[in-house]
Design a protein around this ligand. Structure first.
Ligand SMILES: C[S@@+](CC[C@H](N)C(=O)[O-])C[C@H]1O[C@@H](n2cnc3c(N)ncnc32)[C@H](O)[C@@H]1O
Length: 330
């Protein structure tokens, strides 16, 4: 997965790679409303931080920088203090507005916001198959390899319920480590991961490793010709983020883990269709409201993007989603 996605001929990093948008649809691509709602979250983070100057917003796994490019026009809302940085293993996209910085590693000491939409599902992981005497790795040709390492065995025992022989799981330690290190880069502020995934009670039994190419879901191939992705164990990632702060004796507010539908509604998204009566009194307004509702509809759809997870961690500031309100967290 590492070399197939990020090697010299890697799916994301080879010269001339078309970028995520050419192959699959994320919330960022689905609707400009996503960036608009992210802007509302940034307003809350900015307030919680006391309007820092500069106010950095770092997008990790930024793809072609689409989210930052959509946020950039809102700079005036932040009094020109926004500093936008895209982080990706792929090079700087052509045509990216010059005010957006680009780098291949997460900068340290962020006093602002770190956002990662559909990053962690592309962080390489191993697939393991349950057997009567523990898990074995599944090799690229789908045959069974050696027993999993002690660390992966411990991770699987901690984060998966007992699985029957033949069931498959993805060992997510690398995602936990990736998220923990991203969270550590935030000195004060908020770290947000948005991704498809699962929590312990709802882990799939057949594994989720899959591929995408040219907008279609395809069998994953390790030759750089397809995206390779697997759902993220979001509760494991969340705990790793908190644990990394505790180890450093830094303040980490409890995280909130909620589905996207709920997160966007908490940010004020309302996907209800306008009343039909508006069509005769204000036809233009009706069409605009209808378009808005259908754009939001895709982002809120519980069976689609609305069912993705939002992990929101506050570091040394009040949580932008307020206290508790029944969403999962510690
Ligand atoms: C599925 S795309 C998401 C793009 C964009 N965030 C979106 O939501 O449309 C995942 C991106 O993460 C990048 N990526 C994966 N591992 C990374 C790492 N360790 N550091 C920086 N970028 C990484 C990939 O190159 C790819 O562009």
């Amino acid at each position: 997965m590492e070399s197939a996605l990020y090697g010299p001929d890697g799916f994301f990093t080879r010269p001339g790679a078309s970028g995520p948008r050419g192959h699959f649809r994320t919330s960022v691509h689905a609707s400009p409303a996503f960036a608009g709602l992210m802007r509302r979250l940034l307003v809350r983070v900015d307030e919680a931080l006391g309007h820092p100057d500069p106010f950095p917003v770092v997008d990790v796994g930024a793809g072609r920088g689409e989210l930052l490019a959509a946020i950039a026009p809102h700079r005036a809302d932040f009094g020109g203090r926004l500093r936008l940085t895209g982080v990706d293993l792929a090079g700087r996209p052509d045509g990216l507005p010059p005010e957006i910085a680009w780098t291949d590693s997460v900068p340290d000491g962020i006093v602002g916001a770190l956002i990662a939409t559909e990053w962690l599902d592309n962080v390489p992981c191993d697939v393991a198959e349950a057997g009567s005497s523990g898990f074995r790795y599944v090799l690229t040709d789908d045959s069974l390899g050696p027993a999993v390492s002690a660390e992966d065995a411990a991770w699987l025992a901690r984060w998966y319920p007992p699985l029957p022989p033949g069931a498959r799981a993805e060992a997510g330690r690398a995602r936990d480590l990736a998220w923990a290190s991203a969270v550590r880069a935030v000195s004060r502020g908020v770290a947000v991961a948005v991704d498809y995934g699962h929590v312990r009670d709802g882990r799939p039994r057949d594994g989720t490793l899959t591929g995408y190419r040219d907008g279609r879901q395809v069998p994953p191939r390790a030759d750089g010709s397809t995206d390779i992705t697997a759902h993220v164990a979001m509760d494991a990632v969340a705990e790793a983020g908190i644990a990394s702060l505790v180890r450093e004796k830094r303040d980490g507010d409890p995280y909130r883990l909620m589905v996207q539908r709920r997160a966007l509604q908490a940010l004020g998204a309302d996907g209800t269709r306008p009343p039909i009566g508006l069509a005769s009194t204000d036809p233009g307004g009706y069409v605009r409201a209808l378009a808005n509702a259908s754009e939001l509809g895709e982002l809120l759809d519980p069976a689609g993007l609305g069912g993705h997870w939002w992990l929101v961690q506050a570091i040394g500031v009040a949580h932008p989603f307020g206290a508790g309100d029944g969403s999962m967290g510690t």
